[in-house]
Design a protein around this ligand. Structure first.
Ligand SMILES: [Zn+2]
Length: 389
C-alpha cells in the first residue's frame, strides 16, 4: 500500500513521496524506499546453476559492433570463445556516423563508401567464419529522385561484398520521413522493391519495428515499464503524437504478408513476449517469418512453463539473439534457457523488475535455437563450427 502511495509522487527526492502521501499513517516520517529502490536480496535457498558457457555452439543473430571496420576483434573473439559463441552476426554493417543537418543540429547517419566491405574483411582476416555482417539502409528521403535506384544498387553491392542479410532499424515506422516529410509506414509500397530484392538475393531481413507496448501507456503505477520510462524518459511514445503500437506492428505484419518469398526475422519476439499465443498465431499465418529473443529474456523468464511449451511448439522458428554486447549478461540467458533454477536475478531492472525462472529447454530445441535454425536461413555460416547432428 505504502509503496503505491510513494509511487504516486514524483520520482525525484528519496523521502518526498512518503511526506506527500495523503494517508500516510504512523510511518509518515519514515524514510521509506521509493518503489524502484525496493529490491531486497532474496533469502530463498534453492539449487543454483550458473551457466557461463552455452551447452552448444551458438549463433547470436542480433548483435551490434559499431566500429567493426576499424576494430581489433581479438578481445571480442576471446569473449565469444568463453561463451561458446561460434558466430556473431553484426547487424550494424554500415556503422553510424554523426552528420550535420542544414540547420546545424546533428543527426546519426549510416556510413557510406567502403565501410561495410572493410568490416567484412576485418572479420574474415581476424577470425574466419566467426562474424557475419548485415547491411542497412536509411529510409529517410524515400521518394526523392534516384533514392530507390541508389538504395537497391547499394544493397546489391553490399551483398556482393559479403553482407549476409539486411537489418532494418526501428526508425522505419517510428521516425523516418519521406521526401515530403511524412512518416514512412513499415509497409510503405515504395519500399517493396527492397524486400523483393532481398528475396531474390536470398538474404534474410532482420527487422525491428515498434517498441514495447508499455512505452505508449500512461506513466503510472499500472505500467510495467515505468522504471524504464523514468530512467529513459525519451522512450515514452505519446499516443497523441505518434502512431499506436497496433498500427506499427500491424504494418510490419502486412509487410511480411506482402513478401512471402522473402525471409524475415522479427526482432525482439515482435514485442509479443508477454503474449506468446498471439506471437504463435502470427508465425502460424506467415511461414516466411522467424523471430529472435534479443532484449526480451525477461518476458520468458517470468513464464517458464508457457515459454517452454511455446518453444517446443515453435522450435523451428526462433533464433538466439541478445542485442547488446555485454558478455556476462549471456550467462542469464543461458540460465533461463538451459536450467530449471528458480527465482534468480535478471540483469537490467528496467526490463524486468521481477525474478527469473529457468525453462530447461530440451536439447533438440536448444540446438535449433542456438544454431540449427540459423543454419537454415544464413547460408554463409561455416557448418564446420557446429556439431554435425
Ligand atoms: Zn538491436
Amino acid at each position: 500500500m505504502l509503496l503505491a502511495l510513494v509511487l504516486a509522487s514524483p520520482p525525484t527526492a528519496h523521502s518526498q513521496g512518503a511526506e506527500a502521501a495523503p494517508n500516510a499513517d504512523s510511518n509518515a516520517d519514515s524514510d521509506w524506499p521509493v518503489f524502484y529502490e525496493y529490491y531486497p536480496p532474496s533469502t530463498l535457498v534453492v539449487p543454483e546453476h550458473e551457466v557461463r558457457r552455452a551447452k552448444y555452439p551458438l549463433v547470436d543473430v542480433h548483435s551490434h559492433l559499431f566500429e567493426m571496420a576499424d576494430q581489433d576483434l581479438s578481445e571480442v573473439v576471446a569473449e565469444m570463445d568463453e561463451l561458446n559463441m561460434a558466430v556473431m552476426v553484426n547487424l550494424s554493417g554500415r556503422g553510424f556516423d554523426r552528420v550535420a543537418n542544414p540547420d546545424g543540429t546533428m543527426r546519426f547517419a549510416l556510413r557510406g563508401g567502403d565501410y561495410l566491405e572493410r568490416a567484412v574483411k576485418n572479420g574474415r582476416v581476424s577470425a574466419p567464419g566467426r562474424f557475419l555482417v548485415f547491411t542497412n539502409f536509411d529510409p529517410n528521403g524515400l521518394g526523392e529522385a534516384g533514392w530507390l535506384e541508389r538504395t537497391l544498387a547499394q544493397l546489391e553491392t553490399d551483398v556482393a561484398n559479403g553482407a549476409q542479410g539486411l537489418k532494418v532499424y526501428k526508425s522505419l515506422g517510428l521516425g523516418a520521413v519521406d521526401a515530403e516529410g511524412k512518416r514512412i509506414a513499415v509497409d510503405d509500397p515504395r519500399l517493396d522493391p527492397i524486400w523483393a530484392k532481398c528475396g531474390e538475393l536470398e538474404v534474410p531481413v532482420l527487422i525491428h519495428s515498434g517498441e514495447p507496448a508499455a512505452f505508449w501507456l500512461p506513466k503510472d503505477e499500472h505500467n510495467e515499464r515505468l522504471f524504464e520510462l523514468i530512467q529513459k524518459p525519451e522512450r515514452y511514445r505519446d499516443p497523441e503524437r505518434v502512431p499506436s503500437w497496433d498500427q506499427i506492428m500491424g504494418e510490419q505484419r502486412s509487410l511480411f504478408a506482402k513478401h512471402p518469398e522473402t525471409t524475415f526475422v522479427m526482432a525482439h519476439l515482435g514485442w509479443m513476449g508477454n503474449d506468446l499465443a498471439r506471437l504463435g498465431q502470427l508465425l502460424d499465418e506467415l511461414p516466411n517469418v522467424y523471430t529472435e529473443i534479443g532484449a526480451v529474456l525477461g518476458e520468458l523468464g517470468r513464464q517458464p512453463k508457457t515459454a517452454h511449451a511455446w518453444f517446443v511448439r515453435y522450435q523451428d522458428r526462433v533464433l538466439f539473439g541478445k542485442d547488446s554486447w555485454t558478455p556476462s549478461e549471456y550467462h542469464v540467458y543461458f540460465r533461463v534457457l538451459e536450467t530449471d533454477d528458480e527465482y534468480f536475478d535478471y540483469y537490467r531492472r528496467r526490463h524486468a523488475f521481477w525474478k527469473m525462472y529457468g525453462m530447461k529447454l530440451p536439447d533438440e530445441v536448444l540446438k535449433k535455437l542456438y544454431y540449427k535454425n540459423a543454419l537454415e536461413i544464413l547460408p554463409g555460416l561455416d557448418r564446420s563450427l557446429f556439431p554435425a547432428d
